[in-house]
Design a protein around this ligand. Structure first.
Ligand SMILES: [Zn+2]
Length: 271
């Protein structure tokens, strides 16, 4: 199912299926300046194909490798639309990452993108590296309109679960750097329009710093992941169980431990 809504100078395309809604998920792509940002997930392929035929965007910009964003790149290529994605994202998509069963049920199975495709560049919009959510995660910045397409950078202030491959320390850097762009308008791929974006980005960075510090202290004291998770983040909730641990509080603690040395001075947004 695809819902199309106009928010100021941006068209928000919200996609969901019966399955994704059962798990409480939808995801949005955005059309702005005739450019589509992200492509939705494989199970809405028919809807996205119809949308592309109807709107004929000048090109597509992809923020990162996850299947709810890169899920219809194959359709974009079939339509011979130029697209832009970072080398990290393209590398991650080839061969198509085999997502966990839970993710395949929610979103569908990802296709490998084509070997070659027409490259797309847009003067008004910059694809900026903002790692943390994933290594290849990017945001799209429209400087003239002071509008940030934050993809999965924000998601919410207090997100206690993480998926494998997240780096909370890098995420803090990226959030601060995005706030420093001073966006007036921000679109989140799951929440849509976020009011007061600079405050929201900094509030999330503040909260993450607190959580990471609390976890670091317990790791230094010799605590194990299970105990630290319980103490700092609480018991796993619904999503932790149904995802088989793919999206869990335990992953958050694991990610903090895994980045204990490497992550602290890691490269942040745009570096
Ligand atoms: Zn993502």
């Amino acid at each position: 199912m695809v819902q199309v809504e106009t928010v100021g100078h941006v068209v928000r395309i919200t996609m969901s299926t019966r399955w994704s809604r059962a798990f409480g998920y939808s995801v949005s792509a955005f059309l702005t300046r005739g450019v589509l940002i992200d492509t939705g997930f494989p199970d809405v392929r028919a809807d996205i194909t119809a949308f592309l035929e109807r709107t004929r965007p000048a090109g597509v910009i992809l923020t990162h490798q996850h299947e709810d964003h890169a899920g219809n790149l194959a359709v974009v290529a079939q339509k011979n639309l130029p697209f832009s994605a970072s080398p990290q994202t393209l590398a991650a998509l080839r061969p198509a990452e085999r997502a966990g069963l839970y993710r395949r049920i929610v979103w569908g199975t990802l296709q490998t993108p084509p070997e070659s495709f027409p490259d797309f560049e847009h003067d008004a919009m910059a694809l900026i590296h903002a790692p943390g959510h994933s290594d290849d995660h990017h945001v799209v910045w429209d400087a003239d309109r002071e509008t940030l397409f934050a993809a999965d950078l924000f998601l919410g202030v207090k997100v206690r679960v993480a998926r494998p491959g997240e780096n909370p320390r890098l995420l803090i850097h990226s959030l601060r750097a995005a706030a420093a762009l001073n966006p007036r308008v921000m679109f989140d791929s799951h929440r849509g329009l976020v009011t007061n974006p600079v405050w929201a980005l900094n509030a999330k960075a503040d909260w993450l710093e607190e959580m990471v510090a609390a976890i670091d202290t317990r790791i230094a004291a010799g605590g194990d992941d299970a105990a630290i998770t319980r103490e700092v983040l609480g018991t796993e909730d619904y999503v932790g169980y149904v995802s088989g641990g793919d999206l869990s509080k335990r992953n958050f603690v694991r990610a903090v431990r895994a980045t204990l040395k490497s992550g602290e001075s890691g490269a942040g947004i745009g570096e």
